[in-house]
Design a protein around this ligand. Structure first.
Ligand code: ZN
Ligand code: ZN
Length: 871
């Protein structure tokens, strides 16, 4: 049954239809079977508030390519989707949503507010799933998970209780990063540093009972209200006599001790005097502990000054208070630029704050995680990230896991009226220690990354030993952005090793950032954002995916509309080439039978050999995450070898203008073979267009996505055919160039003279003279006879070529060009002579390099000889 393609490539006509078909037929949903070789990937779960942006499009294209490749390569393949409840991010979105309706979170209360978030999630939370479908992502939606669903919540609770039992989770007063806007503690990795042009203030503190003053420099003068000491270096000759005396804190008029502290104070830095505010600075907090200083909290959790700051300041915002403090002092002001920690989610300056929080003692978890990368059980690509990983893991701080939010996993700690605390798998009705009731649960929730850290195994049903867990865990590859190496990747490694005894994945690929064509970050304010959904609407998902893949090597990716347009032309090329081919193919793939290799002609052996070479490159590059190399190999093969040359060379046979019926039949069979293999090879990159075409070839499988992926076959390698067809291509190119240079029209036909090296060459050129005649537009090809005087002479791939033109006046320009060619050939020859005269080169260079240089010398000499005749 012969099927034709639509004249025009129109992705809208089939993308959605094909995706539905794949999903309905269950191609994305593997059956758990521990006995079959399995391959699995878990998606980096997008936030439930997420809308597909270009970063998602990239990371999911890269995963889908690997997943489709593995699936076609015979693995029982699972790509597991899901979303993250994204604590702060989601709470902020819904809070803003409610505020627009005039509803406040606080008035609503915790329970009602949580209900509102769940409602919001049900209506908007799965948007991103449909958007991932548009992209073609072959995710198993039947296994979709949510970090707050029942199963995952149970895994989270299990891990929390277990770590607590093992003494690796503790609750303590400590200085944490506090966001006065979100009203929660956040972990170190959530703090982003912004370089800021600010000011530094020099403030003089009078020394009690003396006319001396001590000057400190600070960028945050409002914190002085909470100073409880001044510190100097104990060996500093300028100040050491003052240690033990008191200074008077300006404005507050409070006596504070002058202490010596060699850790806090660097005498070389600034004035050598440091104000100590244990409640509002991390180093000061530690100095306060060393020196038994009192703490005075003058800034509250809401970022407003507390009563302890004094009646004049109480209730003022911290930045307002700064102005008032400065108005009361004669501070010397200097411009100063420094980096300020802000909460990445809301851009609010972090306030270091002492508070009671929950922590994971991280070192015992980090050690095996470092080892796993060191001993190669986990590899990170690009490898340069391994050093960053080690450096961070070796200097890691305990992880602040409690958040003062309402949306998230509520910490399973319960307090009784008598102050006992229990951490339990099930909610207790009364206190296990004293029997008292009621029990009240901890109000804090867990950092959203706590549940993501369990993602590769909690999604498989762990802590139960499920068929999915046994089949698909550990996962194979993790693909994600480098920006969440610490937030997520490192923590999954730590938790996976601790709780499953296995590395959760064996390979990590960290993709770069998608930037604009000038290499700038994409941002709404710059207006250079590319919306993947718009692109899919305009040119289809395949062009977007291919553009992203061909630019991915692990570095950042420059992306502009013009690039996408360029690769959209490639998708069109595939369509048109397939359409042309299918007009000549009269057999179905299912009935075609194997190719009779021994009967193939040189040109047919050549294209099979080139396709085999591309197949080799694609498979090898994908195992090394070199998406760029894989995509380039296919692009080059399909466009520049198959379309530009093979189809042209096959036309005379296909159209019955050369050879007999058997030749035509064989030609059609080869064309079908090349098309079929190319489509399968391209499928992981361009799932839609390849299946739309492939299904019309009438194969056995119900979709190309479940057909076997091509693997290289040694028997297809054919260097001899490659050498000969390269010669033909080069001769045709030469004739075309000479024709253009000498100003002949395509209508004018030449005689071509070729001298082969031996009889076989001569026979080859005689057999394929029809190709030269057709593609170079010649009168005839004369083998092994010298061209008449006055012909254009050249040497191509070692063959002496002569082109005899119809009578035509030779212009000065043409003479000049020949002279230039002679000159450049002389130069190259001189270089080669020097090289070959160098004994070191001849003895040290690999023999094939020396051989190549010698052959080139011979060729140049012959070429010069001929060129001189053209003068
Ligand atoms: Zn915040
Ligand atoms: Zn109790």
């Amino acid at each position: 049954m012969k099927q034709e393609l639509e004249t025009r490539y129109d992705p809208k006509a089939f993308e959605t239809r094909l995706y539905q078909m794949w999903e309905e037929k269950g191609f994305f949903s593997p059956v758990a079977d521990p006995d079959r070789p399995a391959f699995s990937i878990v998606i980096p779960p997008p936030n439930v508030t997420g809308r597909l942006h270009i970063g998602h499009a990239l990371v999911n294209t890269l995963q889908d390519i690997i997943v489709r490749w593995k699936r076609m390569s015979g693995f029982n393949t699972l790509w597991l989707p899901g979303t993250d409840h994204a604590g702060i991010a989601t709470q902020m979105v819904v809070e803003r949503d409610l505020a627009r309706q005039g509803i406040s979170r606080i008035e609503l209360g915790r329970e009602k507010f949580e209900e509102k978030i769940w409602e919001w999630k049900e209506s908007y939370g799965n948007q991103i799933h449909d958007q991932l479908r548009r992209l073609g992502a072959s995710l198993d939606w039947t296994r979709a998970r949510f970090t707050l669903d029942e199963g995952l919540s149970r895994a989270v609770r299990y891990v929390f209780v277990k770590l607590h039992e093992d003494g690796l989770i503790y609750r303590d007063m400590a200085m944490v990063n506090w966001c006065p806007n979100c009203l929660t503690a956040i972990s170190d990795v959530e703090v982003e540093f912004r370089e800021r042009d600010s000011k530094i203030y020099h403030i003089a503190y009078p020394v009690e009972g003396s006319d001396r003053t001590l000057t400190v420099a600070t960028t945050r003068p409002e914190t002085m209200l909470g100073d409880t000491a001044l510190a100097v270096h104990p060996d500093d000759p300028r100040y050491k006599d003052l240690i033990g005396l008191f200074a008077i804190l300006p404005i507050a008029n409070r006596r504070i001790p002058i202490i010596g502290d060699s850790i806090l104070v660097d005498p070389e830095f600034g004035t050598g005097v440091v104000k100590v505010t244990p409640s509002h600075d991390k180093s000061d907090y530690e100095a306060g502990n060393r020196n038994n200083l009192p703490r005075l909290q003058v800034i509250g959790e809401d970022g407003k000054m507390t009563a302890a700051a004094g009646p004049e300041f109480s209730g003022l915002d911290r930045f307002e208070a700064r102005k008032v403090v400065l108005s009361r002092l004669h501070a010397e002001v200097k411009p100063y630029s420094h980096s300020v920690g802000v909460h990445g989610k809301c851009d609010t300056d972090i306030e270091p704050m002492i508070s009671r929080q929950w922590f994971v003692k991280i070192e015992p978890l980090a050690k095996p995680a470092i080892e796993a990368v060191r001993n190669g059980s986990i590899t990170i690509t690009p490898q340069s990230w391994e050093a960053t990983y080690f450096n961070w893991m070796e200097n890691i701080h305990d992880w602040t896991i409690s958040r003062q939010l309402w949306w998230g996993h509520r910490i399973p700690a319960f307090y009784c009226p008598n102050g006992h605390m229990s951490v339990l798998m099930t909610d207790p009705a009364s206190c296990p220690a004293c029997g008292a009731s009621p029990m009240t649960q901890e109000t804090d929730v867990l950092d959203t990354w706590f549940s993501s850290a369990l993602w590769p195994f909690s999604t498989m049903g762990w802590p139960d030993d499920t068929p999915d867990y046994r089949t698909f865990y550990p996962t194979g590859t993790l693909i994600t952005g480098f920006d969440i190496l610490f937030f997520w990747v490192a923590r999954m490694i730590m938790m996976g090793l601790r709780f499953t005894g296995k590395a959760p994945f064996s390979q990590v690929f960290l993709n770069g950032l998608v930037r604009d064509e000038q290499g700038q970050k994409m941002s709404k304010t710059k207006g250079n954002v590319i919306d993947p959904l718009d692109v899919i609407e305009e040119v289809g998902a395949d062009a977007l995916r291919f553009t992203l893949a061909i630019n991915t090597s692990g570095r950042d990716i420059p992306l502009g509309k013009s690039r996408i347009q360029g690769y959209s032309a490639f998708v069109n090329k595939i369509w048109n080439a397939a359409r042309f081919s299918m007009m000549h193919i009269d057999i179905e793939l299912a009935d075609a039978g194997p190719i009779e290799r021994e009967n193939l002609r040189t040109v047919e052996r050549w294209i099979m050999s080139r396709l085999n070479d591309a197949t080799k490159t694609v498979n090898r590059s994908l195992s090394a995450f070199r998406y760029d190399e894989a995509a380039n190999a296919m692009y080059h093969f399909f466009w520049h070898e198959f379309c530009d040359w093979y189809i042209e060379m096959a036309k005379p046979v296909l159209l019955g203008k050369h050879g007999d019926a058997d030749d035509q039949k064989r030609g059609r069979r080869v064309l079908l073979e090349v098309l079929d293999r190319s489509l399968r090879l391209l499928h992981p990159f361009m799932p839609f267009v390849t299946d739309e075409i492939w299904l019309k070839l009438g194969g056995v499988e119900p979709s190309v996505m479940v057909a076997p992926y091509p693997i290289p076959e040694e028997v297809l390698e054919d260097p001899e055919a490659e050498r000969m067809v390269e010669a033909i291509k080069a001769i045709i190119t030469l004739v075309r160039n000479v024709r253009a240079e000498r100003g002949f029209t395509p209508k004018e036909r030449f005689k071509l003279y070729i001298r082969g090296h031996d009889k076989r060459d001569a026979n080859f050129f005689r057999t394929y003279d029809y190709l030269l005649i057709q593609l170079a537009r010649l009168d005839e090809v004369i083998v092994d006879r010298d061209p008449p005087a006055g012909s254009h002479q050249d040497v191509i791939e070692g063959y002496a070529i002569g082109i005899e033109f119809p009578e035509k006046v030779i212009t000065q320009e043409q003479i000049d060009r020949t002279l230039r060619e002679i000159e450049s050939s002389h130069k190259e020859l001189a270089g080669l002579e020097t090289k070959l005269a160098n004994e070191r080169f001849v003895s040290k260079a690999p023999p094939e390099v020396v051989e190549h240089a010698k052959a080139r010398r011979t060729e140049l000499l012959a070429r010069l000889e001929k060129l001189k005749q053209n003068k």
